[in-house]
Design a protein around this ligand. Structure first.
Ligand code: DGJ
Length: 330
């Protein structure tokens, strides 16, 4: 009888595993090439993510031509963060003559949805081939994966502006952070209500510290800003800082991960909120230079507790977007 009960419960468990929650676990394998649902290598480097209803969208640089020069900003879609369908090259040299200019470089595109205008707004690092332009660029579209229209490119408040990120706060206020002053300083700006321009310069962080690759997160009422050092395409020590408000006071920089951030550079932090819990994913680029087209993506679950962040190497792990949970590979 006991063994019958055991068999019955095991059978139920097996059924549940096949038909239930376990189906939702997807495996992330770091250090390997990631392919889209058509079997093509995903080209979305320096990426940014946005969730719309139950779908995550990934915007990033297409480096398939193996150069740092602008080819396209690609958009992919996924519900489970592992199976990505290519949607569209949403920004290309055909978008605007300024994007077709010789030596154009576009990096780190990030997209937010503006509720007031119903537009998706993209901010990016706008460059010339020798990184002398140091501007931000802005584009918009009425549909998330449609053709984006170029709105403007300029130096915010006349500051140089290189590696950048975009962040939407709970109340809809949006912020743009970018490396200024030849990368020596990191500046956070508040955007206008339509997200198409700079409203005000909020804070200048760590002057002379040369931080790049900013990525912002808010959790537990605290803001976290992750950055890399400035060593070109080579990896270095990531650091993070915290603040109770966007205008500070911001803490000093604290090391996170190993001395080369597990051979990656931050690009975005995805909070995966599900029915059970929230997993926060640190998304990085493992740049391959030369051979930029072979750059990989390194995603790791970020551990946050008592205002402190920690990152450990996990080559294979699993995410369940419905539950918001992660676990080591089963
Ligand atoms: C580091 C930046 O984070 C990348 O986006 C890229 O601009 C490289 N530098 C170029 O050397």
């Amino acid at each position: 009888m006991r063994s019958l009960n055991y068999l019955l419960s095991f059978g139920c468990l097996a059924l549940f595993t096949v038909n239930g929650l376990a189906r939702d676990w997807q495996t992330i394998v770091n250090g390997e090439y990631w392919e889209d649902t058509d079997g093509a290598r995903i080209q979305a480097h320096g990426g940014g993510f946005i969730k719309v209803e139950d779908t995550y969208y990934w915007f990033g640089e297409d480096k398939s031509h193996n150069r740092h020069l602008f080819k396209a900003v690609n958009c992919y879609a996924s519900q489970d963060l592992v199976n990505w369908t290519f949607r569209h090259a949403v920004l290309t040299p055909a978008t605007h003559p300024d994007l077709a200019a010789a030596g154009r470089v576009i990096e780190r595109p990030k997209v937010l949805y503006n509720e007031q205008t119903g537009q998706f707004v993209m901010w990016m690092h706008w460059e010339s081939s020798n990184y002398g332009a140091a501007e931000c660029g802005i584009a918009r579209s009425g549909t998330i994966d449609g053709d984006y229209e170029l709105v403007a490119h300029f130096r915010p408040n006349d500051n140089m502006s290189r590696d950048c990120t975009l962040f939407r706060d709970d109340d809809g206020t949006a912020y743009f952070a970018s490396a200024a002053n030849e990368n020596a300083d990191m500046i956070i700006y508040r955007l206008t209500d339509d997200y198409l321009d700079i409203q005000e310069q909020v804070v200048t962080l760590w002057p002379g510290s040369y931080r790049e690759a900013p990525a912002l997160l808010k959790t537990g009422g605290m803001y976290y800003l992750f950055t890399s050092g400035a060593t070109g395409w080579d990896p270095n020590q990531a650091k993070y800082a915290t603040a109770p408000a966007m205008d500070g006071p911001w803490s000093a920089l604290t090391d996170i991960g190993d001395h080369i951030t597990f051979d990656s550079q931050s690009t975005y932090i995805i909070p995966v909120a599900g029915t059970d819990t929230t997993t926060i994913i640190f998304c990085g680029d493992r740049w391959q230079d030369p051979d930029l087209q072979s750059s990989k993506y390194i995603w790791l679950p970020l551990h946050i507790e008592d205002g402190k962040a920690a990152l450990s190497w996990r080559r294979i792990w699993q995410i369940n977007t419905a539950a918001g949970a992660w676990r080591m590979s089963q």
